[in-house]
Design a protein around this ligand. Structure first.
Ligand SMILES: Nc1ncnc2c1ncn2[C@@H]1O[C@H](COP(=O)(O)OP(=O)(O)O)[C@@H](O)[C@H]1O
Ligand SMILES: CC(=O)OP(=O)(O)O
Ligand SMILES: [Mg+2]
Length: 393
């Protein structure tokens, strides 16, 4: 029997999963898939590592909570990969709060602590935790392991981690945590393989997806990031505002008759690319649109990303390396080109041909900053953590 782990990656716009063989030191992908809840009949798709179709099923909307779809995934794996022994399910958990700087087994106590962090990631935490409960109900003896978006940033110290609030709030855990850590960890590892001479250099990784954030790294460790207590801070995102004058929130509540819940909904679900364009949260749609408002939303996304890259460079005292990742970072060459153009003053020069090809290094000869595109792999990071936890058991 081959030992394997199932990895679930619940993001704000997608639920991805992967089955990994963990017999060797490096986990090997056996199959991957997607739970697509956006269509009328939610769909489960499973593919081979090369992308070939292995399995697809749809559920009637009335019968389509993701619990049922997770049960379908487990059934499929048991049937199709009968020679595998599933040792654990690894979960991407967005918020780990102050307590977790590494992966941890999901006991009832841990689950309760993570559930209590829901107000700090209302868009994500319930989606991350729901499959834990479903799988516990179906397979109570199967180990489940939490891997946190926040863990990679535990190396971040004051002043980067601090808000300018009275200190008693920091004592209660109100500080900057940062997210997308599983992605930053993977990309930093890949960069160390592709360009080992750059590990000690001043690096910014731009994870630009539906959620988006930057990480400033020194010696491969996070020293600053654009997200804070919640994944609402920093860059413009699909439906999230990113950094906003806190006075706006007070004004909306005091003078626009909005409740706290209304403001939360506005900032998490109605803002960002969707709010500014009035068209879509999807960068592909905006880039293809001829509407002025679509262009303006894209311009604001680029402008804020450029500004924050400069902020990260200030935290590092300069910039030697810039890496693009995430759905937009990996696929939207127009966005990379626009960001590169506006960062010329910082020594960034992106080669147009290399940018089109989008493989590894995309900086031109005259660039003092090494620019890369590195596709992220949060699932593999989780599989590695799970394998390490199981080995230590
Ligand atoms: N070819 C592409 N061109 C431009 N944007 C793209 C392309 N492919 C994906 N994207 C964008 O990537 C974003 C989703 O990023 P992704 O990292 O997959 O999301 P999530 O944060 O849910 O994991 C969407 O805005 C989507 O439009
Ligand atoms: C933390 C976060 O924003 O995640 P995602 O990009 O999956 O929305
Ligand atoms: Mg994501």
């Amino acid at each position: 029997m081959t030992a394997s782990v199932l990895v679930l990656n619940s993001g704000s716009s997608s639920i991805k999963f992967g089955l990994f063989d963990i017999a060797a030191a490096e986990p090997a992908l056996v199959c991957k898939g997607l739970l697509d809840e956006h269509e009328a009949k939610p769909r489960l798709v499973v593919r081979s590592p090369e992308g070939g179709d292995l399995f697809e099923t749809r559920r009637e909307a009335s019968d389509a909570d993701s619990g049922h779809l997770f049960a379908d995934v487990l059934d499929f794996i048991e049937e199709r990969f009968a020679d595998h022994r599933l040792r654990a399910v690894g979960h991407r958990i967005v918020h780990g709060g102050p307590d977790y700087s590494g992966p941890v087994e999901l006991t009832d106590d841990v689950y309760a602590k993570l559930d209590a962090l829901t107000p700090l990631a209302p868009l994500h935490q319930p989606r991350c935790l729901e499959p834990v409960r479903t799988i516990r109900a179906i397979k109570p003896d199967l180990a489940q392991i939490a891997c946190f978006d926040t863990a990679f940033h535990h190396s971040m110290a004051a002043p980067a981690s601090r808000f300018a609030l009275p200190r008693r709030y920091e004592e209660r855990g109100i500080r900057r945590y940062g997210f997308h850590g599983l992605s930053f960890e993977y990309v930093a590892g890949r960069l160390a393989k592709i360009a080992p001479q750059l590990v000690a250099k001043r690096t910014v990784i731009a994870h630009l997806g539906n959620g988006a954030s930057l990480c400033a790294l020194r010696d491969g460790r996070s020293v600053d990031t654009t997200m804070g207590l919640t994944p609402l801070d920093g860059l413009v995102m699909g439906t999230r505002s990113g950094t906003i004058d806190p006075g706006v929130l007070l004004y909306l509540q005091q003078h626009e008759n909005m409740s706290v819940g209304d403001v939360q909904h506005l900032l998490y679900h109605e803002s960002g690319l969707l709010g500014v364009s009035g068209i879509s949260a999807d960068m592909r749609v905006l880039l293809a649109s001829r509407e002025a408002a679509a262009r303006e939303a894209v311009d604001l996304f680029v402008f804020r990303t450029v500004q924050e890259i400069a902020v990260m460079a200030a935290s590092l005292g300069g910039l030697d390396c810039l890496v693009f990742t995430g759905g937009i970072g990996e696929h939207a060459k127009e966005i990379r080109a626009a960001i590169g153009e506006q960062l010329g003053w910082l020594g960034v020069h992106i080669d147009a041909g290399a940018n089109d090809a989008a493989r590894d290094r995309i900086s031109g000869g005259g660039s003092t900053v090494n620019v890369f595109v590195i596709p992220t792999n949060e699932e593999l990071t989780i599989a590695r953590h799970c394998a390490a936890v199981l080995r230590a058991k």
